[in-house]
Design a protein around this ligand. Structure first.
Ligand SMILES: C[S@@+](CC[C@H](N)C(=O)[O-])C[C@H]1O[C@@H](n2cnc3c(N)ncnc32)[C@H](O)[C@@H]1O
Length: 226
């Protein structure tokens, strides 16, 4: 079996998991090798988007919150793009966070499972940027939590998140967009940019490695808190 196929089978089983933290505690040892095999580029795309829209991207006083930080791939790509500020992270999996901590890119890491009716453990207006990648999906972080992303962001700060655009996740994305638009309608935030990309170089729906069809889509949403 090819490395890509092995990675694909493992990552695919992650998508359907209900007991998410247990799963990721087990999966932590393979997560990054599978991301490489599958061509996962979301953290790099998000770091590049932020760099494009933030003239002060390299300011060491900036504070970023990485939601569902996992093994810290987001911080890896922020640092690779020369981000000099502080990065905090939160995730429900202790083992994923252990990997993130080893790299030394985070100021503070919190192990906590994020639920729609539970506030994030941060004060209002705390962060210049809030990031959540690869984690807004049915068995992971629920769409209502984007209201909390906004609450903990400073006025004028940025919120960036991704969501898969596969047929299976269409209902989830629809709900997410409804909430995001209602927040726009009530002048809580404004949309800065929406970019379509690819999460993986495989197609999760058809399970094909055929290069013509081998893509799983994603949307990146970038908002500014008003
Ligand atoms: C696919 S990984 C993405 C990690 C990282 N953001 C990245 O881009 O590599 C999903 C992560 O979300 C975490 N996670 C999923 N649901 C969560 C929840 N409700 N609360 C906290 N963490 C959650 C998992 O533990 C896992 O580390």
């Amino acid at each position: 079996m090819s490395a890509k196929q092995v990675a694909w089978n493992r990552m695919f089983s992650a998508v359907g998991m209900q007991n998410t933290s247990d799963h990721y505690n087990d999966y932590a040892k393979h997560y990054e090798e599978d991301c490489i095999s599958l061509g996962y580029t979301e953290p790099k795309v998000a770091a590049d988007m932020l760099k494009q829209v933030m003239p002060n991207f390299e300011d060491e006083n900036l504070q970023v919150l990485d939601i569902a930080a996992g093994t810290g791939l987001v911080a890896d790509d922020l640092r690779a793009a020369n981000f000099q500020g502080k990065i905090d992270g939160i995730d429900g999996s202790a083992k994923m966070l252990e990997k993130a901590k080893e790299k030394g890119n985070y100021r503070n890491l919190v192990e906590e499972f994020i639920l729609p009716d539970k506030p994030l453990p941060y004060d209002d207006n705390s962060y210049d940027v809030v990031i959540c990648l690869g984690s807004l999906s049915v068995p992971h972080v629920q769409p209502e939590v984007i209201k909390e992303f906004m609450r903990v962001t400073k006025c004028g700060g940025l919120i960036i998140f991704s969501v898969a655009t596969t047929p299976r996740s269409a209902g989830y994305e629809k709900k997410l967009v409804e909430i995001a638009k209602s927040m726009e309608g009530s002048m809580q935030w404004e949309n800065v940019r929406m970019v379509k990309g690819a999460i993986y170089e495989v197609n999760f729906e058809t399970k094909t490695e055929d290069p013509e069809n081998a893509k799983t889509g994603t949307s990146f949403y970038l908002y500014r808190r008003l």
